[in-house]
Design a binder for this molecule. Structure first.
Ligand code: SAM
Ligand code: SF4
Length: 479
């Protein structure tokens, strides 16, 4: 039972450790390995865009045969191309405050880390950060908070409103997401009313004993069920874009993949709509964190995690953050990642106050980042690899939220909406912020993408809008 407050309707602990452990079996026991025929049958189901049951995901997790693992990778790549095309949505994290009452033993912000330099940005400081982000071209932010009485729902709602109204030149933030502590129904309602995009709460680990090990008794976060149930509460008050996640490196990665799939299926069955996104952060070095107790996840295992999540939850966005190094990010984009952050700085005040942009001070940060490229560098690299970087925020602003099947169920959704919107925001970026080199290759990509669009009224409409952006300096045009 949760000790912190009322749970969602029928809120209960839907993670059954015994069941999931039984599905995984012993990792050294080859008896659990599924036959190639079974694996292919599961992948075929996934390629027809039907979410997998946890038993099917477990079968994929249990594959050890390298050729079959390659088949899982190939299915993830195919789903990525078929379903998401070549768009990648870009955002940046904005850390607002790092005070925290919890003592999560993996995090540099935890209360017992005396070396952490504590700070909460004031109004002027938040404005300065937002303007710095707008000056380089960002349109979508995620605000990040420690868990602290100061960061209550009213405070978070005010921060969201402040970010949304802070504008610099033609820059503006059009979508504000949140990563913060779980609240009760009333708290989520207050934050929703401020007009947030998505609300993220990561379970960190779905395994109960492992959860207890990393979240000491007596802290708020020690209440496993309060956290597990939080996004159900959010959905019940209308926050229908929610993000789940697990922190890889705390326990057995195979269990966490099953936990994420169970969570996604639970939300889908209960509310008719699964999570908007799934995150799979991998543990990074952090101030005062003893790495000896971690269960490190190798790059090869990490690839399997992303590919298996892609094929298990085909309709959900996958977020890969700058915790990962550039080469890992590059490879995993091909496996169905749909959103990445770029030009990220997680030091409080880091976007406007850091002289040497590549210098990281551990005591000021929650953890150490792996990819320190600027937004323009990430844009250039994406374009070079044939991706269309997108800052699109149209669905949320048109009220097209919470329907995870949208991209599948509505014929021509990607062709008629996502791709044209991505090209509109790319044109804005190339006009307003791109370096000469990014602009040159970006324009070539744009022409290439336009050539792929069949002639017709949508294309005529799109070309008209692109001209209005490029020649008449109009902004924020979307379908
Ligand atoms: N305090 C809120 C919470 O715990 O939910 C807000 C989020 S916390 C600032 C964001 C996420 O960072 C956590 O949910 C956790 O998954 C991740 N995180 C914490 N320590 C980390 C580390 N050392 N390396 C990588 N990610 C970490
Ligand atoms: Fe606080 Fe979140 Fe870090 Fe835990 S993960 S110590 S709750 S900021």
């Amino acid at each position: 039972m949760s000790t912190l407050g009322e749970l969602s309707q029928n809120g209960h602990d839907f993670i059954d450790d015994n069941k999931l452990e039984a599905l995984l079996g012993n990792s050294n026991d080859f008896k659990t390995e599924p036959s190639p025929a079974r694996v292919r049958e599961i992948l075929e189901k996934s390629l027809s865009k039907v979410p997998l049951e946890v038993e099917e995901t477990a079968a994929l997790v249990n594959v050890r045969n390298l050729d079959l693992i390659e088949e899982i990778f190939a299915a993830a790549r195919k789903l990525k191309v078929d379903v998401y095309g070549n768009r990648i949505v870009l955002f940046a994290p904005l850390y607002i405050g790092n005070k925290c009452v919890n003592d999560c033993r993996y995090c540099g912000f935890r209360v017992t880390n005396r070396d952490a330099i504590r700070r909460t940005l004031n109004t002027q400081e938040i404005e300065a950060q937002v303007k710095a982000l707008e000056r380089v071209g960002h349109k979508r932010l995620i605000l990040v908070f420690g868990e602290h009485p100061e960061y209550n729902p009213q405070y978070i709602a005010e921060s969201v409103r402040l970010v949304a109204k802070t504008k610099e030149g033609c820059g503006e933030i059009r979508r504000v997401n949140i990563n913060a502590a779980p609240f009760d129904h009333e708290g989520f309602r207050i934050i929703k009313d401020a007009g947030i995009g998505a609300y993220q709460v990561f379970q960190e680990t779905y395994h109960h004993k492992t959860y207890a090990k990393w979240h000491p008794q007596g802290t708020r976060k020690a209440d496993y069920l309060w956290r597990l149930d939080s996004l159900s509460r959010a959905m019940e008050v209308g926050c229908d874009d929610v993000g789940i996640g697990a922190l890889f490196g705390l326990g057995d990665w195979r269990f966490e993949v099953l936990g994420l799939v169970e969570h996604a299926r639970h939300l889908d069955k209960k509310y008719g709509c699964g999570p908007h996104t799934v995150s799979f952060p991998r543990m990074c070095k952090a101030s005062g964190v003893n790495g000896d107790e971690l269960t490190p996840v190798s790059d090869d295992e990490f690839k399997r995690i992303v590919a298996i999540l892609r094929v298990s939850i085909p309709y959900t966005g996958l977020i890969l953050t700058a915790r990962e190094k550039e080469d890992v990010r590059r490879e995993l984009l091909g496996f169905g990642v749909s959103q990445i952050d770029a030009g990220s700085r997680i030091e409080l005040g880091g976007y406007s106050e850091m002289g040497d942009m590549n210098h990281q001070v551990q005591e000021r940060e929650q953890f150490q980042l792996g990819d320190m490229r600027s937004l323009d560098e990430v844009m250039r690299d994406l374009v070079r690899d044939g991706y269309v970087p997108s800052f699109c925020t149209a669905c949320y602003r048109k009220g097209r939220t919470g329907q995870q099947f949208m991209e599948f169920a509505v014929p021509g959704f990607i062709a008629n909406l996502c791709t044209p919107n991505a090209l509109c925001t790319l044109t804005e970026y190339l006009q307003d912020y791109a370096s000469p080199e990014t602009k040159k290759i970006g324009e070539a990509l744009l022409q290439n993408e336009l050539a792929k669009i069949p002639d017709g009224s949508r294309k005529i409409d799109l070309l008209g809008r692109l001209r209005r952006i490029a020649e008449k300096d109009e902004r924020d045009l979307y379908f």
